[in-house]
Design a protein around this ligand. Structure first.
Ligand code: HEM
Length: 381
């Protein structure tokens, strides 16, 4: 089997400790993520009510959800809430200057990264190219935000936290398992690795639900029934709605965030009748894997329920969007839960909204037309 034969040579203890803590802290950070997801939906609802057109009770609005989804991802995990246990208020009506600067920095960093991948950094540096300067300035802000958050944590850890959840990083510091120096050394992966990775799949999930109304209905019916039985517990609500998890898996099957998962075998191996010498870079290409009819029946169909059947039959090692083994994605549990919670709350919203697909372009690939039916407005959010 691929996962038993292939191992990465190097191993980062810091990331492994983090993975275990994130895995074990799900129960504690779910309510934090739930708050942010509810704020996202409240702000969306407010926008439709105030900026939408049409008669009261049947307002409609066309919007690009991408900026708000980025804010959601930032607020939820990498910026603060799960990692540091604090909010920066990106959904408040008047975000602080610090919050605005931080979101600017992350957006600039993400926007300037792709062109820089193809241009020689030395040349850009020598030319003092604005692209380079903006990229470097953006990273300076991100680092300084991260360092300030870690310093704030240091003052609280060991002191009177009043039982407040200090975020995954605060807990690790409190338990003496991770020093602030190690956290600072890994801050870029933690803070920048969790923004577009979740915001973009969320857009694709909304896009697929928009153009598959039958799927949307089935997911909604399951979510509503699960929510009614969950007595307000987000964890129970998610557990009772496996189609939400299926929606995320299905989205990542069709639109994987990482293009490949890579390993260097530590000894010679034979894969699919090919001899692979030790030390060779082996890449599993997730996009063709997810769309192969040899691996998935009718791969072109967006069908979240295929993953329930998959779980029943043991899975067959087909979901590799987060990698696998000891080097799998550290933020997996945060990302999975965060995306499911957002979809769950948007689906409550969908009680009141009908999502239709607008024009599809290659980059700004969809617009969502929301028609609000206020007579169905529920008290849920
Ligand atoms: C949908 C969201 C995400 C996807 C699809 C994703 C995917 C991946 C993949 C494929 C890897 C490589 C795993 C391997 O080689 O086996 C990885 C590694 C990593 N991810 Fe994610 N990721 C996501 C979200 C996040 C978040 C939210 C964080 C941080 C909070 C994060 C932090 C990391 C880190 C630190 C690593 C390196 C792990 C190591 O080298 O041991 N990721 N991710």
């Amino acid at each position: 089997m691929l996962h038993t034969n292939i191992r990465k040579l190097s191993y980062s203890l810091t990331l492994f400790i983090l993975y275990l803590w994130v895995y074990n802290s799900v129960r504690r950070f779910l309510p934090l993520l739930d708050d942010v997801a509810q704020d996202f939906c409240r702000s969306l609802r407010h926008r439709v009510e105030t900026e939408g057109v049409g008669e009261t009770g049947q307002r409609s609005m066309t919007l690009d959800p991408s900026p708000d989804l980025f804010r959601f991802a930032l607020e939820g995990q990498s910026s603060c809430h799960v990692l540091y246990g604090e909010r920066i208020g990106l959904f408040s009506s008047s975000p602080s200057e610090e919050a605005e600067r931080f979101i600017w920095a992350v957006e600039r960093m993400l926007a300037t990264t792709p062109p820089l991948l193809y241009l020689p950094p030395r040349l850009l540096l020598a030319l003092r190219a604005p692209l380079w300067t903006q990229h470097a300035t953006a990273w300076d802000h991100i680092f300084s935000h991260g360092f300030c958050s870690v310093s704030r944590l240091q003052t609280v850890v060991g002191g009177a936290s009043d039982g407040r959840f200090l975020g995954v990083l605060g807990q690790l510091m409190e338990a003496g398992q991770l020093s602030s120096e190690l956290i600072k050394a890994n801050i870029t992966e933690l803070m920048a690795g969790g923004v577009d990775t979740t915001a973009v799949p969320l857009q694709f999930a909304l896009f697929e639900m928009a153009r598959n109304p039958g799927v949307q209905e089935r997911v909604r019916a399951q979510v509503l029934s699960s929510w009614q039985q969950a007595s307000g517990s987000p964890q129970k609500a998610l557990q009772g709605a496996p189609l939400l998890k299926g929606t995320i898996k299905e989205t990542l099957r069709l639109y994987p965030v990482g293009i490949t998962v890579q390993r260097y075998p530590v000894r010679d191996i034979v894969l699919q009748n090919y001899h692979v010498p030790a030390g060779t870079l082996v890449q599993v290409c997730l996009y063709p894997l997810g769309r192969s009819p040899e691996v998935f029946e009718r791969p072109e169909r967006f069908e979240p329920s295929r993953w329930s059947l998959d779980a029943a039959s043991g899975g067959g090692f087909r979901s590799l969007a987060f990698g696998f083994g000891s080097r799998q994605c550290v933020g997996r549990r945060i990302a999975e839960n965060e995306m499911q919670l957002l979809l769950m709350h948007v689906i409550f919203l969908l009680q009141n909204f009908i999502f239709n697909c607008g024009q599809c372009g290659p980059w700004r690939f969809f617009e969502i037309i929301c028609e609000i039916y206020q007579q169905f407005l529920s008290e849920n959010w």
